[in-house]
Design a protein around this ligand. Structure first.
Ligand SMILES: Nc1ncnc2c1ncn2[C@@H]1O[C@H](COP(=O)(O)OP(=O)(O)OP(=O)(O)O)[C@@H](O)[C@H]1O
Ligand SMILES: [Mg+2]
Length: 354
């Protein structure tokens, strides 16, 4: 072995606990090139996670144990994320030149001014952004806070599978980090564009608009692939599992395409279009350079083409792995088909290299 992609002691598994599955990804890095060391996805029992909240700790813990065994990774530390909607962020100014510890102490004293919950119930994090625009003696600090129970329930689920949560991130930040990998798809200069990333999951569709590589807008809608699964179940009398499988592997009656899939795709176009209208109405933008599709539902064949044709904006399916090497133990075909659903897991795994 060359040992080109040396594993450092601080490798973190990126673990995305979403509403329908747990997704695990391990990356290594050599220079600026990443390699997928391990990955796996395991379904969650229905209602184990409801609208981003872990409702059944045991069920999630067991799925995590399975995903870990499937991925065959020896890493025991992980980065997980809480949903953006569970987090309050504020940019505040503080004295420049304070040490990390002093900043933390100072923040603990001041934080109650900014956070509408009792401090003993919240977990706080912060990051110095840079000098304050109007006062070089002060720095801008991004303060993020969420209820401790959101963090603790994730730590507990990981612990059931023998994992330690070293990093608890925010989904939107993980997405932003993974977005940095899309240069292979969007070309150089993508960090200066305005790009709409539309994550269409099972129950939720999240629009994130990035401008110069930073998230400037997010909006969640209750819409997703579950609607298509339910329509397949209803029409062809299948169980959830059968319908979910048929969606990916085909084998449905001839009228599926015209009677079920096509109308669903039209509904997706409408959702994307409406979300963009909300974004345009909210600010100073009336156009985006690209639409990037993420989430499992983005894997529906030709959805990107339909959106591009109907909305008139270049549309691509996000693939954070386009430029990565793959370990021989990773199933390349499966990874390619899951790629758009792995943006958050990817952004989390990248925390290994901070
Ligand atoms: N190849 C495919 N073709 C069609 N649909 C697919 C395919 N692969 C996955 N899906 C669908 O994508 C959805 C799962 O996507 P994803 O993993 O992004 O959701 P999630 O993150 O668990 O859900 P949410 O974001 O709503 O919490 C499911 O509805 C699944 O049936
Ligand atoms: Mg999701």
């Amino acid at each position: 072995m060359l040992g080109l992609f040396t594993k450092k002691a601080n490798t973190l598994l990126g673990i995305d606990i979403s509403s329908t599955s747990v997704k695990l990804l391990e990356l290594s890095r050599s220079g600026s090139r990443y390699k997928v060391e391990a990955y796996a996805v395991e379904p969650l029992p229905p209602n184990a996670v409801v609208e981003k909240n872990i409702a059944e700790l045991e069920g999630v813990g067991q799925a995590l144990s399975r995903v870990l065994a499937k991925a065959k990774s020896g890493v025991k530390t992980a980065a997980v994320a809480v949903a953006g909607s569970a987090v309050i962020t504020k940019t505040i100014e503080m004295e420049a030149g304070l040490s990390e510890d002093d900043l933390e102490n100072q923040l603990k004293i001041e934080a109650d001014q900014y956070i509408p919950y009792p401090l003993e119930e919240v977990a706080i994090d912060f990051e110095v952004q840079g000098p304050a625009p109007r006062n070089p003696e002060r720095v801008e600090v991004l303060l993020a806070a969420c209820r401790k129970e959101n963090v603790e329930v994730r730590e507990a689920a990981l612990a059931l599978a023998g994992l330690t949560a070293k990093v608890v991130d925010v989904e939107a930040y993980a997405l932003e980090r993974a977005y940095g990998l899309l240069e292979a798809q969007l070309g150089a200069g993508h960090d200066e564009m305005t790009v709409a990333v539309v994550d269409i999951g099972a129950t939720m569709t999240t629009l994130s608009v990035l401008h110069n590589g930073r998230t400037i807008y997010t909006r969640e809608q209750l819409f997703g692939g579950k609607q298509l699964t339910e329509e397949i179940q209803r029409r062809y009398g299948l169980s959830v599992e059968e319908a979910g499988l048929a969606k990916k592997q085909g084998g449905l009656p001839d009228d599926y395409d015209s009677e079920v899939l096509q109308p669903f795709k039209e509904a997706v176009v409408q959702q994307v279009s409406r979300s963009l209208q909300f974004f345009f109405a909210a600010g100073q933008f009336n156009d985006v350079d690209y639409i990037l599709l993420a989430g499992g539902t983005a894997s529906i064949p030709d959805l990107d083409r339909l959106i591009q044709q109907k909305i008139g904006t270049q549309t691509l399916v996000a693939n954070p792995f386009a430029d990565m090497a793959l370990s021989s133990k990773v199933n390349a075909g499966a990874l390619a088909s899951d790629a758009p659903a792995l943006m958050i897991a990817c952004g989390l795994a990248m925390r290994s290299f901070d």
